[in-house]
Design a protein around this ligand. Structure first.
Ligand SMILES: [Zn+2]
Length: 222
C-alpha cells in the first residue's frame, strides 16, 4: 500500500479497498489485452471510440496499452502517496499530470510530429522523446513519490458504479494523471459519462483521464 497522510483509520480502510479494486481492474485489463484481444478492443471502442481517436486506431490502442502499463507500474510499486484534504467543492481528488498533451512546444510540421508522437504515448521532454513512465521518473525521481489528494467530496461518492463516477473510478482517473500523463480535456466538459462521450466525439479520448477511469472501472462489472 502507498503512504497515507491525514486519513482516519476507517477512511484508510476504505481507501485500501478502493486501491485493491483499482489494482484488480488494471491487472484484468492488461490480462485481457493479451488473452482476449478481441474483447479488449470491443471494450476500448466503447470507452474511447478507436475509429475516431487522434493519430488513428493503431496509435490509440498503443497509447491505451502504455497508459495502463504505466498505471500498473505505479500502483504495483507504490511510487505515489495519498493525502487527505478538506472541502474543495466540486473537486473530489487531484493528482498532477506529468507532461500534458498540449505542452509540446514546436512550430509547423515539427509540432505535427510531436503531437502525433504524443498520441502514441511518446512525449517530448528537453528535446528528447520519452514515454509516460519515463516522464514520471524525470518529474519525481526514481525514489520519489507522486502525491495524490482526496477531498471531502470523494467520501460522499459510491464505491463503484458502472459507467458513472465513483470512488474506484476517481482513483483510476487520478492515477492515470500521475502515471500516464493524461489530462482533463476542456474541463469541465470532460467529466462524467457525458465527458467520456465528449472526448470520444472530438478525438481526445485517449488523453482524457475520465475515459480511463470509466474504461478500467468497467472490469468490475464484466
Ligand atoms: Zn483529472
Amino acid at each position: 500500500m502507498p503512504r497515507f497522510q491525514g486519513f482516519s483509520a476507517q477512511e484508510k480502510q476504505r481507501m485500501e479497498i478502493i486501491i485493491n479494486a483499482s489494482k484488480y481492474c488494471i491487472h484484468k485489463a492488461q490480462d485481457e489485452a493479451f488473452s482476449d484481444y478481441r474483447e479488449f478492443i470491443r471494450r476500448a471502442h466503447k470507452y474511447f471510440d478507436l475509429r475516431n481517436v487522434a493519430g488513428g486506431h493503431e496509435a490509440g490502442t498503443h497509447l491505451i496499452m502504455k497508459t495502463v502499463s504505466s498505471m500498473r507500474l505505479m500502483i504495483d510499486s507504490d511510487t505515489y502517496h495519498i493525502i487527505k484534504g478538506g472541502d474543495q467543492g466540486n473537486t473530489n481528488a487531484d493528482m498532477s499530470t506529468v507532461i500534458g498533451f498540449h505542452r509540446a512546444k514546436f512550430a509547423g510540421d515539427k509540432k505535427q510530429v510531436a503531437v502525433q508522437a504524443r498520441t502514441q504515448g511518446t512525449m517530448m521532454y528537453a528535446g528528447r522523446t520519452i514515454n509516460a513512465y519515463e516522464a514520471r521518473l524525470l518529474s519525481y525521481g526514481q525514489k520519489g513519490s507522486a502525491p495524490m489528494h482526496f477531498y471531502k467530496g470523494f467520501f460522499e461518492l459510491s464505491g463503484k458504479l458502472n459507467d458513472k463516477q465513483s470512488q474506484v473510478e476517481t482513483f483510476l482517473h487520478e492515477l492515470s494523471h500521475g502515471a500516464g500523463a493524461t489530462e482533463d480535456v476542456d474541463a469541465p466538459s470532460c467529466y462524467g459519462w457525458q465527458g467520456v462521450e465528449y472526448c470520444k466525439r472530438n478525438g481526445t479520448s485517449t488523453v482524457n483521464a475520465e475515459n480511463y477511469g470509466f474504461f478500467l472501472q468497467s472490469y468490475l462489472f464484466s
